[in-house]
Design a binder for this molecule. Structure first.
Ligand code: ATP
Length: 303
């Protein structure tokens, strides 16, 4: 019997993000290139004799009830399978919150995986994904991990070859951006054909495993909205490029910016510039990480 599970819930960045339109039900149809990064939250699951689900987090401003996606993920399986024992969830957040890195979704994905294992529910990965999408469009991808093309509302996933390894510098400015508002502002705009990133071209570049071509094809249609409103996003991108980033772009609906570096010492210098140097006022949270690939052996498995 499993009484304790320790899990890592990895964040994602978007190497490309296109929005095709808004569906009558309000969801947006997207085409996105998703990439898991090493930056992760830590989740401990403890089986308890006392029934019910409890959650504690290290961030006072995050909900610890059913408003928290990690809690909701556990509750979904507890209700469906009539689990009568209890579960205590300890969540330590490191992925920036409301940042375009799918932090809540990846926590939910890990809890679905963990509860399935801990209570021997016998669900397959695709059965976990079917349940995950009910809680959030990015959750199936967070269960899958790696490099993937995400279509539909985010639930149609195609695995892509792993990217060549490089340094990924992540910087979140001290502003909060509501995903809902960003999409509403996008709906109000008329997009020109050249505003849309070439997702098929990006897929080809990834299949060639050409890091420079991938970086050259970065594009995020939501950046028109978020970076237009917050110049700090462009300023962080510029700083990263001045310090040798192959390219830099906003992830998801923002405001997090990431830059790819093939030279570790340039990445370190850019990190230091944002942490302690001329960029100190641009970003509130800065992390140096790398791609999390599925070909990393045991480390690539969900755990
Ligand atoms: P996405 O990239 O999917 O748009 P995001 O990075 O913009 O996600 P999250 O950090 O996942 O945003 O969460 C944003 C909101 O969800 C916050 O308002 C937060 O209170 C709520 N939330 C609920 N559960 C969690 C969780 N486990 N971690 C982070 N935020 C959570």
């Amino acid at each position: 019997m499993i009484s304790h599970l320790r899990l890592k819930a990895f964040g994602k960045i978007n190497l490309a993000l296109d929005v095709l339109g808004r569906k009558p039900d309000g969801y947006h149809e997207v085409r996105m290139i998703m990439q898991t990064v090493g930056l992760h939250d830590r989740i401990d699951l403890y089986r308890t004799a006392e029934p019910g689900i409890r959650l504690e987090t290290n961030l006072f401003y995050l909900p610890s009830n059913e408003q928290n996606l990690a809690y909701r993920a556990a509750a979904l399986l507890f209700d469906e399978f009539g689990i009568e024992e209890g579960l205590s969830i300890r969540l330590r957040k490191f992925i920036p919150v409301s940042a375009g890195m799918a932090g809540g979704s990846t926590d939910a994905a890990s809890v679905l995986y963990g509860v399935n294992r801990m209570f021997g529910l016998g669900l397959t990965t695709s059965q976990l994904m079917e349940r995950g999408v009910k809680l959030g469009a990015d959750i199936p991808y967070c269960i899958m991990r790696g490099t993937a093309l995400s279509e539909g509302i985010g639930e149609k996933l195609t695995r892509l070859p792993s990217m060549p390894q490089c340094q990924v510098l992540i910087a979140k400015p001290g502003i909060s951006v509501s995903t809902k508002t960003v999409y509403e502002m996008l709906d109000a705009r008329t997009l020109r054909p050249e505003d849309h990133p070439d997702i098929d071209g990006m897929v080809e570049a990834i299949r060639k495993r050409d890091l420079y071509e991938v970086a050259g094809r970065f594009g995020n249609v939501l950046e028109l909205v978020t970076a237009g409103r917050y110049p700090v996003i462009g300023q962080i991108e510029e700083l990263m490029k001045e310090h040798g980033a192959i390219n830099a772009m906003m992830s998801g609906s923002g405001p997090t910016v990431f830059g790819l570096f093939s030279n570790p010492s340039s990445a370190r210098k850019a990190y230091e510039a944002l942490r302690y140097g001329e960029g100190i006022d641009l970003a509130k949270q800065v992390y140096l990480t790398n791609f999390y690939n599925m070909n990393q052996g045991a480390a690539g498995r969900l755990r």
